[in-house]
Design a protein around this ligand. Structure first.
Ligand SMILES: N[C@@H](CCC(=O)N[C@@H](CS)C(=O)NCC(=O)O)C(=O)O
Length: 218
């Protein structure tokens, strides 16, 4: 299967999905124009048979690039990195590269699953929405503390120095969820709070924000 040429790209996305947000940033940074295909997670469109053909797990995001179909934000971002050489997401320095993978992995495998819709729905059936919210917030705060500690040793203007790399693509959506949606107090995380503000100044990040998507609910 040939890698796409970037002239027929579609992104299946939900405006408020942090995993989709990561990929939107990646596409914007690579300068790849794409067709936005909204999948309404609240209506359960992720379980429609035609969507499950693209991603049997029933999650957004899914990228279609010509005849290439890829699901999972990490896999999609690495595919974009390997296919489109402009604005690389990975530094040459192997240590810095590893730290980028570490941060991306903490966000995608440790933190984000706590805010996953199907998990939250399940927990809310057992305990109240308020209790679920408190549990999510405290779980995420604990992991943000770990990220804050890690970043103290590595951050420059961005997460791992003065250039935007993979870690930033994962951090920006996570910090947006934590500080904007969940209203976690950013003062407890000084390095993360500065990064959160810095990301707002980058056009590729700003245009990828949930509120700027065609399916956004205001
Ligand atoms: N590891 C996957 C996780 C994808 C994921 O959790 N997507 C969420 C939105 S951020 C979703 O589609 N949830 C729908 C559901 O829970 O039914 C990735 O990084 O793409």
């Amino acid at each position: 299967m040939a890698a796409g040429r970037g002239d027929n790209v579609k992104l299946y996305s939900y405006w408020n999905s942090s995993c989709s947000f990561r990929v939107r940033i990646a596409l914007n940074l690579k300068g790849i124009k794409y067709e936005y295909k909204a999948v309404d997670l609240l209506k359960g469109e992720q379980f429609y048979p035609e969507f499950l053909k693209l991603n049997p797990v029933g999650f957004v995001p899914v990228l279609v690039d010509g005849d290439v179909v890829i699901a999972d934000s990490f896999a999609i971002i690495m595919y974009l990195e390997d296919t489109y050489s402009q604005n690389p997401f990975l530094p040459h320095d192997v240590h810095k590269r590893a730290i980028n993978f570490q941060i991306a992995s903490i966000v995608s495998s440790t933190i984000q699953p706590f805010q996953n819709l199907r998990l939250l729905k399940h927990v809310e059936e057992k305990v109240s929405p308020e209790e679920t919210h408190c549990w999510t917030k405290s779980a995420i705060e604990k992991d943000l503390q770990a990220l804050e500690q890690l970043l103290t040793d590595h951050a420059g203007r961005y997460a791992t120095g003065d250039e935007v790399f993979l870690a930033d693509l994962f951090l920006a959506p996570q910090l947006n969820t934590a500080f904007t949606l969940l209203k976690i107090d950013s003062k407890k995380f000084p390095t993360l709070a500065i990064l959160h503000e810095t990301y707002k100044e980058i056009q590729a990040f700003e245009e990828a924000l949930p509120k700027n998507q065609p399916d956004a609910e205001h």
